[in-house]
Ligand binder design. Structure first.
Ligand SMILES: Nc1ncnc2c1ncn2[C@@H]1O[C@H](COP(=O)(O)OP(=O)(O)O)[C@@H](O)[C@H]1O
Ligand SMILES: [Mg+2]
Length: 400
């Protein structure tokens, strides 16, 4: 056994004699190929979970929070809403806003989680459904990782449980051979489970949720056993409005959810605010400088997105064709972030038209023929004619 492991161990040297593994001090001195990259050592994870990234804010909220907490909740509903919407605590701690939008929507979402009904966040792509769900789970349960990613191939095991077949064969069915799903673990712990893109999951698999949500139990018939949810268990699911109909939620399941629709940002300034804030946060994580002067280009990107999305220019005078692409706030964020990388590494630190042009046309033109025409027409009739936009026009034309 030791021999076999040793032979395939990539840290083993070719002339190693069979026997117990080398002391770990030696292994550390010469990192094996493919295991430790000395340049990456010490680098942080690319994206920390919300509960890690905002641990300081969550701790300050817990300390300041003297309101009643539902069973198993880390914070009171008031503090969870403050974590999402931002605010200042009595001790002066600044809580950054995570979600920018109507306070009431967040309050309804948080209040739902304190009931026995589950929460379904609906909206077009890029309206922060996933983002809000992660932060809610982090604030309520201190753990946003109990996550099921819904796809057309999501099996029932992802919602109920699977089996460790080696154990099952060796020992027969037992609780030790059960591989719990994130939902099962959330039930055991009294925590929030997240289900992404619920409507993409085949409907017979979705139905596995009905008993869980209505009876708060997950039967394990093979063992004549069950897992009963502890207090604090709940589910946050997300679904895109546009997908509706792919796997229409059954009415039995729909009745188990309170739905909260996250809208697109109401006005341009709100959207510019969201994009600026997120670009600054993402830029900091990517090592891009914070002082990048980007506001002017962010305004233009948001204007282009909003005009094409709504099919009319901002002044309401010219009707436009809309492309097939989503043009969500999230995509505006990534257009500006890519532009910021160009400006930082190859420009003078100011975000300019040439830095956003490629991202912009890439975001608009998803279907090369249909969207290409829409984009060309928009460039000629709107961008070209708009005072002060000739640099953007030229940069976009240069790419065509
Ligand atoms: N109203 C908003 N407030 C804060 N961030 C937002 C808002 N709308 C979009 N975003 C940002 O958009 C990005 C993508 O959102 P995401 O949750 O993936 O969208 P969805 O799941 O709805 O498709 C996130 O980085 C989020 O910060
Ligand atoms: Mg999402």
């Amino acid at each position: 056994m030791t021999k076999a492991t040793h032979a395939t161990d990539p840290s083993a040297t070719t002339d190693a004699t069979p026997g117990p593994p080398e002391p770990s001090a030696d292994a550390a001195a010469i990192p094996a190929r493919g295991t430790v990259d000395p340049f990456a050592a010490g680098a942080e994870v690319m994206r920390a979970h919300a509960e890690a990234q905002y641990a300081g804010e969550l701790a300050a909220l817990a300390a300041a929070d003297d309101r009643p907490r539902p069973p198993s909740w880390r914070l009171s509903p008031w503090a969870v809403a403050t974590y999402l919407l931002g605010g200042r605590l009595p001790d002066g701690t600044e809580i950054t806003p995570k979600y920018i939008g109507q306070r009431r929507l967040v309050e309804v979402a948080v209040a739902t989680l304190a009931t026995d009904r589950a929460l379904l966040l609906l909206g077009v792509p890029g309206t922060a459904k996933t983002w809000v769900s992660e932060h809610l789970a982090a604030a309520v349960s201190g753990d946003s990782t109990l996550l099921v990613q819904g796809t057309s191939g999501t099996p029932e095991e992802a919602i109920r449980y699977g089996w460790n077949y080696a154990r099952l064969l060796a020992e027969g069915p037992s609780r030790a051979a059960v591989v719990p799903s994130p939902v099962m673990r959330a039930m055991e712990r009294g925590a929030v489970a997240r289900i992404e893109e619920l409507t993409r999951i085949p409907s017979d698999v979705q139905d596995a949720l009905i008993t869980i949500l209505s009876e708060k139990t997950l039967p394990i018939p093979e063992l004549d056993d069950e897992v009963q949810a502890r207090q604090g268990f709940n589910v946050i699911a997300t679904a895109n409005d546009r997908d509706r109909g792919v796997n229409e939620l059954s009415s039995a399941l729909k009745r188990r959810f309170n739905m909260v629709v996250l809208p697109l940002p109401a006005d341009p300034e709100e959207e510019v605010g969201i994009v600026s804030r997120r670009v600054a946060e993402l830029g900091a994580a990517l090592g891009l400088p914070l002082e990048l002067d980007a506001l002017a280009e962010i305004r233009r990107v948001v204007t282009v997105f909003r005009e094409l999305r709504s099919g009319v220019t901002a002044d309401g005078r010219t009707k436009l064709k809309s492309p097939t692409s989503t043009l969500s706030t999230a995509e505006a964020i990534s257009v500006v972030t890519s532009g910021a990388a160009l400006a930082t590494h190859f420009g003078d630190g100011v975000l300019r038209a040439a830095d956003v042009a490629a991202g912009l046309s890439g975001a608009v033109v998803k279907d090369p023929v249909q969207d290409g025409l829409v984009w060309a027409e928009y460039l000629e009739t709107v961008v070209k004619e708009r005072p002060g936009w000739d640099d953007l026009y030229r940069s976009c034309r240069d790419l065509a």
